[in-house]
Design a protein around this ligand. Structure first.
Ligand code: UDP
Ligand code: MG
Length: 338
């Protein structure tokens, strides 16, 4: 067993009680087929249904299961980060609990890792059973992100991906509180590969990403990985000032040499509203960045753990709740944590 490779699978869970057993069955079958040691790290992101009881049942029967339970809901991206942090594998694969991403594809991701890639993306070739609105907004978002972001992000790759140990180490060395994992992974920059798969409908339950959460996720991505909104604000200012200058010259010429009295009220009102709008949007964009700075400066833990199960180091606090924070504090000088 000593030289064998350990594969970890990280599963964020939020109110997934109806489909969880089914998920575990399929995931286990896929992993057993590998013939190598594996572990399943479930992260309960403050579920309000019976998910935790189901997970405890799984841990009681299956020695491959590790459980982390948050004190409350911290969000999908944080749950992923915590799972990755608690995983011990040479490969760490993140997969959603709703079976939209097929566990059967995991061996394929691992094969690409064997081929030398540090990051293997599951890319959605097709999406079944999602509303046209969700598909359209997702497609638009991934393309917008690609244009906006300062790092090269793959289009249509969700959170189904494999990380090598050194990619995990890189990810854990990033202490930010607004954790937009797709961007953080893209930032790493090691060799990547792609495995295409078809995205299935959810087997049970409902999406946990209503519109408001999707917008929040999009903003995290844009604000965390791009200064472009600030630059757009600057360019808007330049454009408006230039337009105002041209208009002023024209109006002065008309006033001096023409005999038309310039009619003013409507144009003034429109200009005033336009300028007010531009300014408010700009202040809003600034505010978004400042809010995020505030969030970072407070330096709170990224998440808190209520309990853990199935880890060899249970209770010993080896990889406990606020490792990310401690890394943050300890670590302005030294290298990555782990
Ligand atoms: N999830 C989570 N915390 C949340 C929302 C979602 O851990 O606050 C989990 C959820 O249980 C699922 C995964 O993240 O395993 C993806 O969520 P969902 O399927 O609702 O997103 P969608 O596929 O609709 O984008
Ligand atoms: Mg889903």
């Amino acid at each position: 067993m000593n030289d064998a490779t350990l594969h970890s699978v990280v599963v964020p869970v939020f109110d997934e009680e109806p489909g969880l057993l089914n998920f575990h069955g399929r995931c286990r079958a896929a992993l057993e087929g590998l013939g190598e040691p594996y572990e399943l790290v479930y992260v309960d992101d403050g579920s309000r249904d019976g998910s935790w009881e189901v997970m405890r049942g799984l841990a009681a029967q299956d020695p491959h299961v590790r459980l982390v339970r948050f004190s409350r809901n911290f969000g999908h991206q944080v749950a992923i980060s915590a799972g990755v942090e608690n995983a011990a594998g040479d490969t760490v694969t993140v997969i959603d609990a709703d079976l939209q991403d097929p566990p059967e594809a995991i061996p394929e991701l691992i094969a690409r890792w064997r081929g030398g890639s540090d990051i293997v993306y599951g890319v959605r070739a097709k999406r079944h059973g999602e509303t046209r609105f969700k598909r359209a907004t997702a497609a638009a978002f991934y393309r917008l992100m690609r244009w906006l972001a300062d790092v090269d992000m793959p289009v249509d790759a969700g959170d189904f991906r494999l990380l090598s140990r050194r990619a995990v180490t890189a990810l854990l060395s990033m202490p930010e509180h607004d954790r937009y994992v797709p961007g953080m992974v893209a930032w790493i920059g090691y060799d990547t590969a792609i495995v295409e798969y078809e995205r299935d409908p959810r087997v049970a339950g409902e999406t946990k990403y209503p519109l408001a959460k999707m917008v929040r996720f999009a903003l995290d991505g844009i604000m965390g990985f791009s200064m472009r909104p600030l630059r757009v604000a600057t360019w808007l200012g330049v454009a408006v000032s230039a337009a105002a200058f041209v208009l002023a010259v024209v109006l002065i010429i008309v006033r001096l040499f023409g005999d038309v009295a310039v009619q003013g009220w409507t144009s003034l009102a429109v200009l005033l509203l336009l300028l007010g709008g531009v300014q408010l949007v700009t202040v809003g964009a600034l505010g978004e960045y400042i809010g995020r700075i505030h969030n970072e400066v407070r330096g709170r833990p990224v998440y808190l753990v209520r309990e853990r199960q199935g880890f060899a180091t249970d209770g010993a606090g080896m990889a406990s709740s606020d490792d990310l924070l401690r890394a943050h504090r300890r670590d302005s000088s030294s290298g990555p944590i782990v």
